[in-house]
Design a protein around this ligand. Structure first.
Ligand SMILES: NC(=O)c1ccc[n+]([C@@H]2O[C@H](COP(=O)([O-])OP(=O)(O)OC[C@H]3O[C@@H](n4cnc5c(N)ncnc54)[C@H](OP(=O)(O)O)[C@@H]3O)[C@@H](O)[C@H]2O)c1
Length: 339
């Protein structure tokens, strides 16, 4: 049996990745898709301006786009790729009506009773689900994944926690797809770097501490790490590259850091990468164009690990940083018997 899944915001940059990743999924079957009012009633192939390298999957070509309304979506799990303000209104309606909501949107990430999860980092935070359902009296629940620039960073910070990680400085170089298709005009970004992304630095600085925090059975105690971020939009289509400076009480050597990166493991599910962190030894890797699709876009590639500790990490923002992250969270919940 495959679980029946729906996608909220299925026509957008992240929504299209959901369609691509879920269309051939062994555990999930797409049975419902939503879009905004202007596309409701159209077939997916009419409503979505498809922009991915693989063709529109056959199973959704003729599927009808509906409003993001629990009564109109015929499925058990919804993956949300809605803009945050819309997610804020719509996601609780689904959770209240008994749906499992796996969300990409930022609307509920930092709420005390909503799990913000990366399976390799803090799967135990799913314990918040029971607390959330009791508190909100919902039949279903919401589980979120972090912002696209936070995910790649935190996957690499988790193995550094064992050395007493206490300070992180990060400078990001983020792809334009991170802002959605209509997000950054080409005239603004071609031949240019924009040293500002609204709310991005705050998201990295707060979400990371929740993800790396400890769940004590009732709440998450945030990790005590001093994190500062400086975020830049650069003219690449996909892939967020980040320069990281991490200080640890135990002062590990670059070789010790590379070893814990290489030994870091994911979960055992269909979308999980074999090596969540791939370490490159070449002086000029990772590079966005060459490395963003490592292990189907689900691995983080690290390189230039130097004394300090300093390193570069790269992750695919719409796969590992968005749709792939939600799908992996859903797989984790199936594996743990939560779904
Ligand atoms: N892009 C990334 O790398 C990334 C990474 C992590 C998280 N996220 C988050 O994921 C979410 C989606 O981002 P995106 O980049 O995919 O955005 P996007 O390309 O702008 O797509 C937005 C989607 O939501 C639908 N929508 C917009 N307004 C709506 C409304 N009022 N009612 C119902 N549906 C509505 C759109 O439908 P129409 O096509 O009909 O307008 C479209 O399907 C955001 O919350 C974003 O912050 C994005």
């Amino acid at each position: 049996m495959r679980y029946r899944v729906g996608i909220l915001g299925s026509t957008g940059a992240v929504g299209q990745r959901f369609i691509q990743l879920l269309s051939s999924h062994p555990w999930f079957e797409i049975t419902a898709i939503s879009a905004s009012e202007r596309n409701v009633g159209k077939k997916y192939s009419e409503g979505a301006v498809w922009r991915l390298e693989t063709p529109i999957p056959e199973e959704v070509t003729d599927l009808e786009l509906v409003a993001p309304d629990p009564k109109k979506m015929d499925c058990d799990i919804v993956f949300s790729a809605l803009p945050s303000d819309e997610a804020k209104k719509v996601e609780p309606l689904f959770a209240e009506s008994g749906f499992v909501v796996a969300s990409n949107a930022s609307a509920y990430r930092m709420e005390d009773d909503i799990p913000l999860v990366i399976p390799e980092v803090n799967a135990d935070h799913l314990g918040l689900i029971d607390i959330q359902r009791k508190k909100r009296k919902w039949d279903g629940f919401i589980v979120t994944n972090p912002n696209c620039s936070t995910i790649g960073l935190v996957i690499t910070l988790k193995p550094l926690m064992q050395f007493g990680l206490h300070e992180v400085r990060v400078v990001t170089m983020q792809a334009v797809s991170g802002a959605g298709y209509e997000g950054v005009p080409s005239m603004a970004i071609l031949d240019n770097i924009i040293p500002y992304i609204a709310k991005e630095e705050e998201k990295i600085e707060t979400e990371s501490k929740k993800l790396l925090g400890e769940f004590d059975g009732e709440k998450v105690k945030f990790a005590e790490i001093d994190i500062l971020a400086s975020c830049n939009r650069v003219p690449v289509i996909d892939g967020h590259l980040e320069a990281v400076f991490a200080r640890m009480h135990e002062n590990p050597t670059p070789e010790e850091v590379k070893k814990v990166f290489k030994d870091f493991r994911s979960i055992d599910t269909p979308s999980a990468p074999k090596h969540p962190i791939i370490v490159r030894e070449e002086v000029d890797r990772p590079q966005t164009r060459l490395d963003r699709n490592a292990e189907n876009g689900m691995s983080v590639t690290v390189g230039r690990v130097r004394e300090g500790i300093r390193y570069i990490c790269l992750s695919h923002n719409t796969i590992r940083g968005a749709a792939g992250a939600s799908v992996l969270n859903a797989e984790l919940m199936v594996k743990k018997g939560i779904i």
